[in-house]
Write a protein that binds this ligand. Structure first.
Ligand code: ADP
Ligand code: 5GP
Length: 246
C-alpha cells in the first residue's frame, strides 16, 4: 500500500469520532472509511456519511460474498469495513483511517501488519459515563440499558490496549487532537520520508510521547481507574451514584 493504514479504536463514548472529525478538517491526504452497520442511525447521522446502514440479511450476504476487509459483532449489531474502502484509498495513494473496534483491529493487523494502530482512552470511568450520557441527551434519546451496556464493555475493550502502537488519553480535546495529528505526521515522516521543517521537530516528540512503550507512567492512573493492571480486587466505578453527572 502506498499510503499508510491507520486503525483507531476506543471504548464507545471516549470521543474517537470527535477526534477523527477534527483530524479530517486539519490533515489532507487521508481518507476515512465509511463502515457498514446493522444498527439504526443515531441523532443526525446520515446514510453514507457516518455509516452505510443496512439490514442483517444484506450484511450477511456481503459476508458470504467476501466483501469485507474485517467485520465484527459489537453491542448486538454487525459492523464492517468494505474491502472497497481500502482499494479506493490505494488507487489514489491516500492514507486511510479505520475507526473500528478491538476485534476488527485484530483482524486487520493479521492481514496488514504494517498498519499503525491508535487506542483512545477516556480519562476515567466517570467521565466516560458523563460523555455517553451527554451524547444521548444531545441526540434526544437516553437509553439507560444501552448506556450501561457500552460502559460495562469499556474495561474489557481497554484490556486490549497493549496491542496498539500509540495510546491517546482524550482529556483536553485540543491536546488529544494535536497528538493525533502529530502521530499521522510522524508516521508519514518515518515511512515516506516526508520532510518536516526543523520547527516541526516538536511534532515528532509529541508523537513519540504517545507511543505505548513510552506511556506506562501516564497510563497507570487511567488503567487503574478502569480496574486494569491495578491492585487486585479493584473495581471500576461505573455504576455508582451519577446524580453529579453534568
Ligand atoms: P465515540 O466516537 O468514541 O463513541 P464521541 O466522539 O461520540 O465518542 O464522543 C462522546 C461524547 O463526548 C460526545 O458528546 C462528545 O462531544 C464528547 N467529547 C468528546 N471528546 C471530549 C473531550 N475531550 N472533552 C469533553 N467532551 C468530549
Ligand atoms: P457506534 O455504534 O458507537 O458508532 O460504534 C460502536 C463500536 O463499533 C465502536 O467501537 C466503533 O469503533 C465500532 N465500529 C464502527 N465501525 C466498525 C467497523 O467497520 N468494524 C468494526 N469491527 N467495528 C466498527
Amino acid at each position: 500500500m502506498a499510503g499508510i493504514l491507520f486503525i483507531i479504536s476506543a471504548p464507545s463514548g471516549s470521543g474517537k469520532s470527535t477526534l477523527v472529525n477534527e483530524l479530517r478538517q486539519q490533515v489532507a491526504g487521508i481518507d476515512f472509511a465509511v463502515s457498514w452497520t446493522t444498527r439504526a442511525p443515531r441523532g443526525s447521522e446520515e446514510n453514507g456519511r457516518e455509516y452505510n446502514f443496512t439490514t442483517r440479511e444484506e450484511f450477511e450476504r456481503m459476508i458470504e460474498q467476501d466483501l469485507f476487509l474485517e467485520h465484527a459483532e459489537v453491542f448486538g449489531n454487525y459492523y464492517g469495513t468494505a474491502r472497497q474502502s481500502l482499494d479506493e484509498a490505494l488507487a489514489v495513494g491516500h492514507d486511510l483511517m479505520l475507526d473500528i473496534d478491538v476485534q476488527g483491529a485484530t483482524q486487520v493487523r493479521a492481514k496488514m501488519p504494517a498498519a499503525v494502530s491508535i487506542f483512545v482512552l477516556p480519562p476515567n470511568p466517570k467521565i466516560l459515563r458523563t460523555r455517553l450520557r451527554n451524547r444521548s441527551r444531545a441526540e434526544g434519546v437516553v437509553n439507560e440499558s444501552e448506556l450501561y451496556r457500552r460502559l460495562s464493555e469499556a474495561s474489557r475493550e481497554i484490556e486490549n490496549y497493549r496491542d496498539y502502537g500509540y495510546i491517546l488519553v482524550n482529556d483536553v480535546l485540543d491536546r488529544a487532537v494535536a497528538q493525533l495529528e502529530a502521530i499521522v505526521q510522524a508516521e508519514r515522516f518515518y515511512r515516506n520520508g516526508e520532510t518536516i521543517a526543523h520547527r516541526f521537530r516538536r511534532v515528532l516528540e509529541v508523537a513519540a510521547a504517545c507511543l505505548q512503550k513510552n506511556s506506562q507512567e501516564r497510563l497507570k492512573p487511567v488503567l487503574e481507574a478502569f480496574g486494569i493492571d491495578g491492585p487486585p480486587g479493584q473495581q471500576p466505578l461505573l455504576f455508582g451514584d451519577d446524580s453529579d453527572d453534568d
